[in-house]
Design a protein around this ligand. Sequence first.
Ligand SMILES: Cc1cc2nc3c(=O)[nH]c(=O)nc-3n(C[C@H](O)[C@H](O)[C@H](O)COP(=O)(O)O)c2cc1C
Length: 366
Amino acid sequence: MSTSKLFESFKLGPITLANRVVMAPLTRNRAIPEGLIPSPLAPEYYGQRATAGLLITEASQVSQQGQGYQDTPGIYSDAQVAAWKKVTDEVHKRGGKIFIQLWHVGRISHVDLQPNHGNPVAPSAIQAKTKTFVGGQFVDVSEPRALELKEIPGIIEDFRKGAANAIKAGFDGVEIHGANGYLLDQFAKDGANKRTDEYGGSIQNRARLMLEIASAVAKEIGPERTGIRISPVTPANDVSDSNPQPLFDYIVDELNKLKLVYIHVIEGATGGPRDIAPFDYASLRKRFSGAYIGNNAYDRALADKQLDANAADLIAFGKPFISNPDLVERLKRNAPLNEGDRATFYGGGAKGYTDYPTLEPAQAAQ
Ligand SMILES: Cc1cc2nc3c(=O)[nH]c(=O)nc-3n(C[C@H](O)[C@H](O)[C@H](O)COP(=O)(O)O)c2cc1C
């Protein structure tokens, strides 16, 4: 056993996490197509991973318009809330804590997923050079249309309702998805936002939607239950900014004023190199009084290093959690990790979802 900080408890707002290991949000495309409600296997999947200090669910759209891929769950209907309640009950029964990630994909979508087969929405009518998964295959994302100014309050309202629904469903809090080239990141970064109204141009204007949503969600459920995920330099989904440091310094200063409980920072390219572009993450850490969750390509050694250097409070693991339900135990023992099966990452059933082995299945079953 180990004296690593990773296994010490941590107070996150009103809740106490058993350790500093976080399960990163992971889209698994297994929602039931009718109603886009979480899979009946989801309680078991998340329950198996409940030894993490904090679980963050797969991204869950706050409206039909916010959906960008086949079979992702929502958090806007009563049926979705009821199904999520089964997930939170199971996780809590096993002693875990769980936040839901609230999602609007913006332009990363396809007309087949949109209300009345309309165009996906974006800050500006610029098509992303990327694909989405719809109708069982990868296809180019559809051409988006620019959101009208009068539509923006409706989007903020969808996030507010999503947060209220999350609390109804028994979640300990929510994570606003501000990362990876989806709607809020599209607004924030000047590569995707060419607007000339108060949501485009200056840093303050481009950050406005993210901050208004953070403010509305915090007001609805409390800032101590509201976290946000950002990815300052990832090129994911064809979004980039000409000068990300002052943009994210400003965003984090403002999030700090809102007293959010955490910022969850993807360091580098999501799922890629941590050093893809120069960026001073310590600057974000310094500006924010709440918790800092670090993510991207962490292993035990890097987690220890960052925690010991006080560069982060919590460490989120993504892919390792797909294939290792008992990741915390394995990290503690420095035990080998199961390899993930990429063919079952996105879509399917129990295979590659709830059937990864733990270190000692016999013991775990007792
Ligand atoms: C299958 C898969 C699904 C993902 N889904 C999401 C998601 O829903 N929301 C999100 O913010 N990031 C998502 N990510 C990114 C991960 O949360 C994480 O940032 C990334 O995998 C890097 O962390 P890791 O090196 O520990 O895997 C996903 C990654 C993978 C591999």
